[in-house]
Design a protein around this ligand. Structure first.
Ligand code: UD1
Length: 363
């Protein structure tokens, strides 16, 4: 079986890495082709992850790059169609919910090829989120659904999919975390940034709904300034966020704060080290909600909803919303020692990719 595996943006790499490795165990049955769409292209958004996660050089690279949603998605589609026609894979495997996921899914099905989606069935029920549209579009035409939670499986059943096509595999992102956790422990980033374990907050922010709006981003910046008066706030800045903070005149203000530590987007190992040793994490990322749950680190999610509810019902995640006062209150609770204890959801055990590979070779 020839399987074309697709990755394109930063959060895809942690998911595709263990799947490629797991499929390598079946050289007689499976040939894998790795395609990188080029949605993310900066060294710090892409190559550093390929290097640190030991992902082989992509067999095919599409130079999609940035652009509006329509431009980026269509660019990937046009180029991907030629690749699929030339390579004639038996199955295309997409992961996550980025534009590359939906673009390649659409082309795959229109070319009559079987489609597998890893991390299927997640829903925020918020259709203003580009990722929710990507999830809905991808799952509507997927043949094989690999899910990270039972809730996701139930959602797919509600949407009319068949139980035999839904496989509760677990969380591939956590496979990568478990595999590289020890190596991440050796990162010297805390020393480099002069930080002490447990005595700083880690912040990531990049969602358009938070960073593209001057008022919302201004409110969040106010909350951060307040939190930074209690402990250092380390922030690897996503290119989009940096651009917007600059545009809205907020970057200088944050930079003037003694305790605001702005750094470039960090590679995987250094970032895991930062996450594992943080007093708490503040984020609007999907993946971080999951990783902090597994690491047992309190997480404040700056959103009003999440497609990953098990991080709240079982894990350490709290939806803090996007209002300044709410964020300050929740951060204050953590600083006063009111810490949410969590447990690790089922099958977030480092073996999800093995389950996916076992299932794929049985097709
Ligand atoms: C994308 C995903 C989002 C994911 C995030 C992780 C979609 C719709 N969104 O958002 O789900 O959580 O990746 O980072 O697919 N840029 C660079 N260098 C790069 C890539 C991007 O400077 O290597 C800048 C460009 O100005 C670009 C902007 O970041 O326009 C946004 O990039 P894009 O890939 O469109 O979306 P993300 O915000 O990264």
């Amino acid at each position: 079986m020839k399987i074309l595996c697709v990755a394109g943006a930063r959060p895809n790499f942690m998911k595709i890495a263990p799947i490629l490795k797991a499929l390598d165990h079946y050289p007689e049955q499976v040939e894998t082709i790795l395609l990188h769409t080029g949605q993310h292209y900066d060294f710090r958004m892409s190559q550093v992850f390929l290097d640190q996660l030991e992902i082989r050089k992509p067999d095919v690279f599409l130079n999609a790059g940035s652009g509006s949603h329509a431009r980026q998605t269509s660019q990937i589609m046009v180029e991907f169609e030629t690749v699929v026609q030339n390579l004639q894979p038996d199955l295309v495997l997409v992961v996550g919910d980025v534009n590359s996921t939906a673009a390649c899914a659409l082309v795959t099905k229109k070319t009559g090829i079987r489609l597998a989606h890893v991390e299927a069935g997640l829903r925020s029920f918020d259709r203003t989120m580009p990722e929710e549209i990507n999830r809905l579009v991808t799952d509507a035409i997927t043949d094989i659904f690999y899910t990270t939670s039972e809730e996701a499986g139930r959602q797919l059943l509600k949407e009319g999919h068949h139980a035999e096509d839904i496989i509760m595999a677990g969380n591939c992102m956590i496979d990568t975390l478990r595999k590289l956790e020890k190596k991440a422990d050796q990162s010297s980033i805390l020393t480099t940034l002069d930080l002490k374990a447990g005595e700083y907050a880690l912040l990531t922010l990049h969602r358009p709904s938070n960073v593209d709006d001057r008022l919302i981003l201004g409110g969040i910046a106010d909350a951060l300034a307040h939190i930074a008066s209690h402990l250092p706030v380390v922030c690897p800045l996503h290119p989009r966020t940096k651009k917007k903070l600059g545009e809205f005149g907020l970057l200088d203000r944050l930079d003037r704060l003694e305790n605001f530590v702005q750094i470039e987007p960090e590679g995987y190992l250094g970032f895991v080290k930062l996450m594992k040793n943080a007093r708490f994490v503040i984020t609007d990322s999907g993946g971080l909600q999951e990783e902090t749950t597994v690491l047992g680190i309190p997480c404040l999610t700056l959103r009003n909803n999440t497609e990953r509810p098990e991080t709240i019902t079982q894990g350490t995640n709290i939806l803090a919303g996007i209002q300044k006062d709410d964020i300050i209150r929740e951060a204050g609770n953590i600083l006063r020692g009111k810490i949410k204890k969590g447990r690790i959801p089922k099958y977030w055990d480092g073996r999800a990719a093995e389950r996916i590979a076992e299932h794929l070779i049985s097709l």
